[in-house]
Ligand binder design. Sequence first.
Ligand code: PGA
Length: 248
Amino acid sequence: MRRPIIAGNWKMNMTSAQGVRLVEELKPLVADADCDVAVCVPFTDIPAVSAALMGSNIRLGAQNVHFAENGAYTGEISAQMLKEFGVEYVIVGHSERRRMFDDTDEVVNMRMHAALAAGMTPIVCLGETLEQREGGETERCLSYQVEHSLKGLDDVSKIVIAYEPIWAIGTGRTATAQQANDTIAYIRKKCAEVFCPKCAEKVRIQYGGSMNAGNCKELMAMPEIDGGLIGGASLKAADFAAIVRYNK
Ligand code: PGA
């Protein structure tokens, strides 16, 4: 049995003070969760949100990490800097970063390894564009991403994978539960080929893309879907809590 993980991705929203207010509201609402819960917050929110989460069941995540340990990388943040504030998860390879900030599979792969080396769990995002989906290229795209973004892993179950069809992110257009389930099943099959069947069975694969309080039950009922990476709906405590409590 894989323990589901629901993670919020705040993206570039919430000042530190707003973030603290949000998690203070969230804490009592999700205290009875049966799944792992995390919020992936902007870098500058990390110190205050980390303190606010102390003693709660909500874990802290970041949205990116540089691949080098330190050095001349103006404007970047290392894994050790995150670790110092109790960051446990880090999103890497989000499609917004791949598209707008040139995160190639090679760079995503280096970020993933940096997070693992520091003892954090990377949430590695994979997903196809609308053009690829409509052109029947979904499996080819995901297969390439599994081979290249996840290269060099000894055990794929050390990471979390987020399957996020790019056409469903922030668009209000969700993949159907069946579509998401089948595509995640394909990713798992590919992981079994590239890594090992046992660790592919264990790796948690989330769905992400316009998941909300209304559709989470149906998505989470699918056998292959092990959680969600939630953008827009993670910015309101009640909405995010409703997703975390999908089984209540
Ligand atoms: P969304 O974002 O829930 O707003 O579609 C998901 C994500 O980008 O991780």
